[in-house]
Design a protein. Structure first.
Length: 317
């Protein structure tokens, strides 16, 4: 469980004194007075006077260590959280909350990298993002994606990872499925992003769903904020945070494809359709299969189909 409270100055001073009396080991991450662990829970007091308790025993720690007479705000806000928390709504209107969204691009393309992005959209930035054209990236052309992405990154915090083809192929050789890669990099992007912002401002985390929640959590056994983490199919239409993340990820993928075209002076097709086999065969004819493997995802069937085309062409001569 995760609980976040806005404390009064008096309560902050009482909390500091309490932690000092307990003699527990503390650290001071950015924007905090302290962070410590008690009974399996992580307690963090931010310089903004927000106090966060995370862990399965969070309510027990609250009841045991924080008397209502000294910390009335904690008990008052606990009731309010139970009543108003977006985590208990069946249909969350993500754009009404401060939301982290994550999405990826390039996972279905034989050529080029896979990119994963997490973006944080405070509710007061939603309308601005809509104004500059943030929407489902599949409805945008490449030049629009690049242009809008450049505007997005000036407005909101984000984290972007690029899994280039050598890295992708190495992970595949280690028996990582593509789902595992996505799960690991989505979570890494989300966790990295929380270090760039005040985590107590986050209301929701929503991931464009590519696997069941159980599968995602199997690869990430300790989600940073499990109670506010959600998974949505067609997420770009449900949360502008996912739409923004998708555009940033897609923009990086498109740029990578343009870079390959400029470097090798060859057509670099998107997707994995039969046309891609033909162009991949041309790459083999010009550069050899080793070079092709450096710019593609080796586990795709396009590789063998391209090699078959080369063999067929040689036999017909």
């Amino acid at each position: 469980m995760t609980h976040v409270f806005k404390l009064t100055t008096s309560e902050v001073n009482e909390l500091k004194a309490l932690i000092n009396q307990l003699g527990v080991t503390t650290t001071t991450p950015p924007h905090t007075h302290f962070q410590t662990k008690i009974n399996g829970c992580t307690l963090t007091l931010y310089t903004s006077n927000k106090f966060m308790i995370q862990g399965q025993n969070a309510q027990h720690v609250i009841n045991k260590l924080f008397p209502k007479s000294i910390f009335p705000t904690i008990y008052a806000q606990t009731k309010a959280d139970q009543k108003d928390s977006p985590t208990i709504k069946q249909h969350i209107q993500y754009d009404q909350y401060n939301t982290i969204g994550s999405d990826e691009a390039g996972s279905g393309d034989y050529f080029g990298p896979m990119t994963v992005c997490a973006a944080y959209v405070p509710k007061d930035k939603v309308q601005l993002l809509k104004t500059i054209g943030v929407k489902d990236s599949k409805a945008l052309k490449d030049y629009e994606i690049k242009n809008i992405a450049q505007q997005i990154i000036q407005i909101i915090p984000y984290t972007l990872y690029t899994i280039d083809n050598p890295k992708y192929n190495t992970l595949k050789e280690k028996n990582w499925s593509q789902v595992k890669m996505k799960a690991k990099y989505h979570q890494a992007a989300i966790e990295s992003l929380t270090n760039k912002i005040d985590p107590t401002t986050i209301d929701c985390i929503v991931i464009d769903q590519f696997a069941k929640k159980e599968t995602y959590t199997r690869y990430n056994q300790s989600l940073i904020y499990p109670e506010i983490t959600h998974f949505e199919t067609k997420g770009e239409s449900k949360a502008i945070a996912i739409a923004a993340a998708s555009i940033i990820a897609r923009s990086r993928f498109v740029q990578a494809m343009d870079d390959l075209k400029a470097q090798y002076h060859m057509e670099v097709p998107k997707g994995a359709a039969p046309k891609v086999d033909i162009i991949a065969a041309r790459w083999i004819e010009k550069y050899g299969v080793d070079v092709l493997d450096k710019v593609t995802k080796k586990d795709f069937k396009n590789r063998q189909k391209a090699m078959n085309l080369i063999g067929k062409k040689k036999r017909s001569k």
